[in-house]
Design a protein around this ligand. Sequence first.
Ligand SMILES: Cc1ncc(COP(=O)(O)O)c(C=O)c1O
Length: 438
Amino acid sequence: MTRENDPLAALWMPFTANRAYKATPRQLVAAKDMHYTADDGRQVLDGTAGLWAVNAGHCRPTIVEAIQKTATELDFAPAFQLGHPASFELASRVAAIMPKGLDRIFFTNSGSESVDTALKIALAYQRSRGEGTRTRFIGRERGYNGVGFGGISVGGIVNNRRQFGTLLNGVDHLPHTHSLQHNGFTKGRPQWGGHLADALESIIALHGPETIAAVIVEPMAGSTGVLVPPVGHLERLREITSKHGIVLIFDEVITAFGRVGGATASETLGVIPDMITMAKGLTNAAVPMGAVAVSRHIHDGVVEGAADGIELFHGYTYSGHPLAAAAGIAALDLYEAEGIFEHAASLHGYWEEAVHSLKGKRHVIDVRNMGIVAGIELEPRPGAPTKRAMELFHKCFDNGLLVRATGDIIALSPPLILQKAHIDEMVGRISDLLETID
Ligand SMILES: Cc1ncc(COP(=O)(O)O)c(C=O)c1O
């Protein structure tokens, strides 16, 4: 096939080895509940909720109907200086399930936009209270905070940064908490690593607290391979940021909406930040949407403290888009009506035991878990890091299971409507396939 008539040529795929993919393409053509259908008709068990996103399972009728109905009634409404009822309703509904006090909601279209929005709000807030010298951000190594310039600057993944120049100025990073030596095969939250948060005091001492606007971390780092927060780590970040007048942002794009227990990891873990970023499960991923939940004092600082007129010069054409708002309301209704977070929580123990049964299997050097998330770390192939996990990813897919490969780690985060039989199937298949790869 020549390049001109290759039907796959035009699409430049995101975060994909385009040449390798197009040599052996694998496509998904349909989805229902816990399964995808591949283009050859095979059913593929979704071990990743799409991309940490489809928490209520695929193509749920009430969400589909809400989108269809809205599409015929109000396809679009400008978000600037106008509104439509569903965006206000969804904001109130989201506010109601956020930790107490984080009840002002700004809509975006993705996790990346939520992160950049939260960083901008932090700057505006510091300025509004006469602390305009606070312009620095502190992120964390191995953090993934999306792909906007703000997000890759505070994020801690070198491959996401090195092609893109100098990024934001004035960003520093906390150490990550991954340690096979101290935390290998820990079930749930590790005991070792809380003290790593003390590095924040050193960074603050280095720059001066009056220069630092915000700290942003994922409560559980998902994309770099499921790094579960050590006991005391987030607590300590909360203490230090409060002491120094620094805004604390939790990036909950993955962890919100039942993934680790309650509606947010913040509430589940009992550490409440000043802002929470979210996306994905907000609409069950049926329509792109993100949001930032902002504490009342930050919102009021920016809004009440402003002169007449626009208080925050920020927003997106599609902020609170009618189809997304409809999907969001329907998703929250479904989570509640079916008790989906509670159902998932009832399986946490079973999940933990099942994924840890992979300890001792070929190539497995660590297993980590939290909520309905697991990271299975494989020994990298000498001289060929990431190849082993990628091969396992392909083998799993070809054998009817979708997993996520990140580095040499296999991440699992299935829809929260899963049953024990799905867990057995996932773990059993991975266990068998590990035997078949070098
Ligand atoms: C913690 C976190 N933040 C931000 C993002 C970016 O979200 P999006 O891909 O919707 O821009 C992700 C995506 O996985 C994420 O896991």
